[in-house]
Design a protein around this ligand. Structure first.
Ligand code: GDP
Length: 430
């Protein structure tokens, strides 16, 4: 019997989580997004086409799967509606039957995006590389208890009074600190009409829905955004995201705080990528980097920004595996490395002249230098591999090496973006 499962990123994000969720959703009845917003994206390729999902759970393509946006997400009604329209235009059905949005999810308002832009402009060359989707201002406001929950909109007058109270405060900041134009309640009311109120048919008590689903024996899959190194508390602060990207947050952000999912699939890529600013110890530059970026198509799903690239970093990845409490690993994009004569791996860091395998404290990361070792390349197309034996010996050796270094069983080896391009490994496959 399938267990409840969380699929999480182990590193900096973009590990191929969407592709893994898309692969295994057929075994699950419910798919839940539990944190983050539309600031990153999953790319999914399946029989309906190619999709860049930002907020919608990747289970949206499977008939009979119910998709949930939990209370922990940054619910941006404008982007979500556009995304729903976009996938509908590609022939996917999105209805209140297959999409449920938590009444406790807070609304990301236009002022959050505005504040994000204004703050990035103020920071100039000290910026953190925000995607300017308003995520950081949104979560700070939520912690200050100055957001509106989606379910409040069912009581129109009360909700507008709440919006007015928040605006009285937010306009002080926008005008006083940044010299920007204030928002009026009328303007926000019109925006709510255009976007947020249109979502109300999807809004319900998703905690109650999940509780019932569990009571009926349904299997739940939790889907995270970004990776462990972007976790607000344990990641590369302040170059983290503003939410918790860890598996242990899934029950809370989903609406079932007491649930303990037994299966945690950590997704890692066969090499490293990182979007935006911040320390990235194993980073490559120049021609070498360009080649890997091209081979892997490493450009942001949301922003189109070229991603920073480097070899697999086992120091960071081992730390990520621990943080996530991963019970198994999906290793993606092995096919991308087929062009290399030798496969580079960052095996340790040098900090203050000492070699370490421990992931340093965030403010020390900038001082760390990578120690790189090389394994033999396979120089063969592996994209048609479907069984462990189909992989060349050198590719198998690479997988086994990574497995040993990170201390967690690699159960999936992905060799292409398509749903079926994967080797599902058993413990006997060595
Ligand atoms: P996510 O946010 O973790 O889902 O990651 P992204 O969607 O940003 O990045 C994963 C990208 O790699 C997508 O474009 C996928 O289609 C693609 N991808 C996933 N797995 C593989 C793989 O095994 N091989 C190749 N070549 N591409 C893959």
């Amino acid at each position: 019997m399938e267990k409840d499962c969380v699929i999480v990123g182990i590193d900096w994000g973009d590990e191929g989580k969407g592709r893994m969720v898309d692969l295994i959703t057929s075994d699950y009845d419910v798919v839940v997004r539990y944190q983050g917003g539309g600031n990153a994206g999953h790319t999914v390729i399946n029989e309906y086409g190619k999709f860049a999902l930002h907020l919608l759970p990747s289970g949206i393509f499977r008939k009979g799967v119910v998709n949930v946006l939990g209370n922990g997400v940054a619910l941006d009604p404008e982007n979500l509606l556009n995304e729903i329209e976009g996938v509908r235009a590609q022939g996917i059905s999105v209805t209140p039957e297959n999409l449920k949005i938590s009444d406790r999810a807070s609304i990301l308002f236009p002022w959050h995006r505005k504040q994000d832009e204004l703050e990035e402009a103020r920071l100039k060359d000290k910026k953190f590389g925000s995607t300017k989707q308003g995520i950081a201002p949104f979560y700070s406001d939520k912690y200050q208890k100055k957001t509106v929950m989606l379910g409040e909109l069912f009581q129109e007058e009360k909700a507008l009074a709440h919006v007015k109270d928040i605006l009285d405060w937010k306009n002080l900041l926008l005008q006083g600190v940044y010299g920007a134009e204030p928002y009026s309640v009328e303007e926000i009311d019109a925006w709510l009409d255009k976007y947020a109120r249109k979502l109300l048919p999807f809004v319900c008590d998703t905690g109650a829905f999940l509780k019932n689903a569990k009571a009926e024996g349904k299997k739940v899959l939790f889907e995270a955004q970004l990776g462990a190194l972007r976790d607000l508390d344990f990641g590369i602060y302040p170059y983290t995201t503003s939410s918790n990207t860890l598996a242990s947050y899934a029950p809370i952000g989903a609406g079932l705080p007491a649930l303990r999912p037994e299966r945690v699939i950590g997704v890692i890529k066969a090499y490293s990528t990182c979007v935006g600013e911040g320390p990235f110890v194993c980073e490559w530059f120049g021609e070498e980097a360009e080649k890997l970026r091209e081979a892997g198509g490493e450009y942001g799903a949301k922003t189109g920004r070229p991603r920073r690239v480097g070899p697999l970093d086992v120091v960071a990845t081992r730390y990520g595996v621990e943080l996530q409490g991963a019970t198994e690993i999906a290793l993606t994009k092995l096919d991308v490395l087929s062009y290399m004569d030798e496969i580079p791996v960052c095996t340790a860091y040098e900090v203050d002249g000492k070699i370490t395998k421990e992931f340093p404290f965030p403010s020390r990361l900038g001082e760390a230098r990578p120690v790189t070792e090389y394994l033999k390349g396979w120089k063969k197309d592996v994209s048609k591999a479907r069984k462990w034996e189909d992989l060349p010996k050198e590719a198998q050796d690479y997988v086994l090496y990574v497995e040993k270094e990170i201390g967690c069983f690699i159960s999936y080896v992905s060799v292409g973006p398509e749903r079926e391009s994967v080797v599902i490994r058993s413990k006997q496959d060595k």
